[in-house]
Design a protein around this ligand. Structure first.
Ligand code: FPP
Length: 266
């Protein structure tokens, strides 16, 4: 298992201590990651930005494997946003080739380890070659029962919401739905992530504190964890640290902090 993706265990000895602090019974079900900082990481080394993206694939491999090892159910990673087309053509082309090569080189290993690969975003706007690889990877792994690896490619939260509004408007126009019947479930059902729970934890490396048009609806009550470490330097140790800290937080979902029985509730 996971042979090609580094020997016996994804968790190295200095990470074992942190690993022992994880409460295995409360692993976040769905973790989302904004894989930021590839370009700055490469430039700091005097290398082109694309070098950072290649190194980012290696970091992704490690995190997928760790997530699978500790039985995270869903991992959603932001690989390319609807705004990333504004980057120089060479960088965009490089990224598209990287996604394509990733599918070619990793599909066997992912499939063998029961990973289910999914995609969210405007896949229909990608090259037909990439689209057909995406479709092949999706159908080949769709019955796998392990980690769901959700790759956000040409994804934008606003575009996703616009699409949802259009679907709902068409249903209203055709008489299948009355406007007063629209509730949050109606909207949820029209998102790319319709059948998935919202992320419990959002991890952002790279030092910024922004959502950057990622999962705008789904992140409403997600816990946010950020680090200044750039994505290529992000290790399973950082991932485990984020989970340990997540487990120490109290999620209230807009409610009140849990009180002791003796507290006088007014
Ligand atoms: C953001 O860093 C990263 C991206 C736009 C690309 C993410 C892609 C990878 C990590 C490659 C692996 C992905 C797959 C699915 C194979 P940035 O370029 O904005 O970095 P910067 O903020 O330092 O400029």
């Amino acid at each position: 298992m996971w042979k090609k993706w580094f020997g016996k265990s994804s968790i190295r000895s200095n990470e074992k201590i942190l690993n022992s602090q994880i409460d295995r019974a409360r692993i976040p079900e769905h973790i989302a990651i904004i894989m930021d900082g590839n370009g700055r990481w490469a430039q700091k080394k005097g290398m082109p930005r694309t070098y950072g993206h290649s190194a980012g694939v290696e970091a992704l491999r490690q995190i997928v494997r760790t997530a699978s090892d500790i039985q995270v159910k869903i991992l959603t990673v932001y690989a390319f946003s609807t705004e990333n087309w504004k980057r120089p053509k060479e960088e965009v082309n490089f990224l598209m080739k990287l996604f394509s090569d990733f599918l070619d080189s990793e599909i066997d290993e992912l499939d063998k380890n029961c990973v289910q690969i999914r995609f969210i975003g405007k896949i229909e706007e990608l090259s037909s070659r990439l689209q057909s690889k995406i479709e092949k990877a999706r159908t080949r792994t769709m019955k796998n029962q392990g980690l769901v690896l959700n790759l956000a490619v040409n994804y934008g939260g606003r575009a996703e919401l616009k699409r949802a509004v259009q679907i709902i408007a068409q249903e209203v126009q055709s008489g299948k739905l009355y406007p007063e019947e629209i509730d949050e479930k109606t909207i949820q059902n029209c998102l790319y992530t319709a059948d998935l729970p919202d992320p419990d934890l959002l991890i952002r490396p790279g030092g910024d504190f922004r959502i950057s048009n990622f999962l705008l609806w789904q992140l409403a009550y997600t816990e946010f964890w950020s680090t200044s470490v750039h994505w290529p330097d992000f290790t399973p140790g950082h991932f485990i640290q984020a989970i340990v800290e997540f487990q120490q937080r109290e999620r209230r979902f807009g409610g009140l902090k849990r009180r002791k029985d003796t507290d006088n509730i007014k």
